[in-house]
Design a protein around this ligand. Structure first.
Ligand code: NAP
Ligand code: GDD
Length: 367
């Protein structure tokens, strides 16, 4: 493709003066796909606090999350685009002229990936290809033309779900993948493709293999938020029961606000590399229930019902990170422990629901 959307003159002068150059830093610019999601909102906040100019990719003609995002972060600039639409991604990169692209957009709910496997492959898998191609084309990179100094840096949101039926525990950057869902398979495709663009074209393209991370902004369909909302509804007398699936699954749960720092640190490095990001501490869904109900003075055994409707065709029984490399080479460590995270989420949902907030379509009590 012969499209070259970059204004090389502006880019070159901005880069020469950029934070990785020798002269006084100008504002770094980041483009975030998935900015209306949990991680997108925290990452945007973090980057703004670091002095970045933040651009977010927004899809749909009337996305209800945009208003909430604006309330949370007034100064983010928005550009339309969809991971299903190559041309829109090229236009978005052309318009934002980013120094860094964070690809957080995905169909991220694992059960949905069985119901809409093809769509999940298109968005969560091939979507990564389209974003990388947009960067490659806009930067004028080809097999015979390597990126210039000051190239666009790319972060891919890879997932511990790729480890699936784990071959060893804890999992490191070298643990082989055995994904257990169409989502996990699509993420593995995006992960290998990111490595491949790094190796084929010399692009600064990296993946963060992030373990489960949660917050009051977590989607209501994920187990931590489903539980914190369930606790709040039961405590406030709106409901009596909470229906769940496999209570013995175990996860390494951390706080999303901590994990977005690791994303940015990965793009700060001199050399591109992939990192596992997690806490190294594992809990079962049952532990999560115990702690969440207790935070509201309740006993989960009085309220939780197991329901086969929430059992998955193939389960990931346990995930536990070995985040040594992130600690040693990025200087990254989580600040928020499991108990603090659970208390934060239950407290936020009690506050949200008691003030008449609508949980399923908002950034929770944060917005
Ligand atoms: P999330 O809350 O589900 O957000 C997903 C985002 O993707 C939303 O902003 C959504 O936008 C956007 N999106 C979906 N389809 C799109 C499309 N076709 N084009 C453009 N945007 C689209 O996910 P999250 O928890 O923030 O996670 C962020 C990323 O990290 C995801 O890629 C996820 O798979 C990955 N990850 C998450 C975790 C975790 O524990 N949270 C762990 C490992 C990896 P709309 O508002 O338009 O729907
Ligand atoms: N969602 C949900 N709902 N999960 C339940 C339920 C329920 O009613 N009952 C039990 N679980 C169990 C699931 O079977 C799973 O083993 C565990 O709780 C966690 O489920 P989720 O919170 O839906 O997260 P996930 O681990 O499947 O996926 C999340 O983490 C991945 C990283 O490991 C998502 O954020 C993915 O996008 C992410 O890549």
């Amino acid at each position: 493709m012969s499209v070259c959307c970059r204004d090389e003159g502006i880019r070159a002068s901005r880069r020469a003066a950029g934070p990785r150059g020798a002269e006084a830093p100008l504002t770094r610019r980041a483009l975030i796909t998935g900015i209306t999601g949990q991680d997108g909102s925290y990452l945007a906040e973090h980057l703004v606090s670091q002095g970045y100019e933040v651009w977010g990719l927004i899809r749909g003609q009337a996305n209800p999350r945009v208003r909430q995002l604006r309330q949370l972060l007034g100064d983010v600039r928005l550009v339309r685009g969809d991971l299903l639409d190559q041309g829109s991604l090229i236009s978005a990169v052309e318009r934002a002229q980013p120094d860094e692209v964070y690809n957080l957009a995905a169909i991220s709910y694992v059960p949905m990936s069985w119901q809409q496997a093809e769509l999940t492959g298109e968005v969560t898998g091939l979507g990564v290809l389209r974003v990388l191609e947009a960067i490659r084309v806009c930067s004028g990179i080809s097999a015979s033309r390597s990126p210039a100094r000051g190239q666009i840096r790319f972060y891919q949101a890879s997932s511990s779900e790729m480890f699936g039926m784990v071959r060893e525990s804890p999992q490191t950057e070298r643990t082989p993948f055995h994904p257990r869902s169409p989502y996990g398979v699509a993420k593995a495709y995006g992960h290998f493709l990111t490595q491949n663009y790094r190796e084929s074209y010399g692009m600064f393209a990296v993946s963060g293999i992030l373990f489960n991370h949660e917050s009051p902004r977590r989607g209501a369909e994920f187990v931590t938020r489903k539980i914190s909302l369930g606790v709040a509804k039961i405590k406030l007398g709106y409901e009596r029961q909470l229906r769940l699936g496999n209570l013995s699954a175990r996860r390494d749960w951390g706080f999303a606000g901590d994990y977005v720092r690791a994303m940015q640190l990965m793009l700060e490095r001199d050399e591109p590399a992939d990192f596992v990001v997690g806490t190294g501490v594992i809990h079962s869904v049952e532990d999560l229930l115990e702690r969440s109900f207790k935070a509201a003075g309740l006993d989960w055994r009085d309220h939780v019902v197991t329901d086969a409707a929430f059992i998955r065709p193939a389960e990931v029984d346990q995930l536990c990170a070995d985040p040594s490399r992130a600690r040693d080479e990025l200087g990254w460590e989580p600040k928020t422990g499991f108990e603090e995270l659970v208390a934060m989420m239950v407290e936020a949902d009690l506050k949200l629901l008691s003030s008449g907030g609508y949980a399923e379509d908002s950034f929770g009590a944060d917005a």
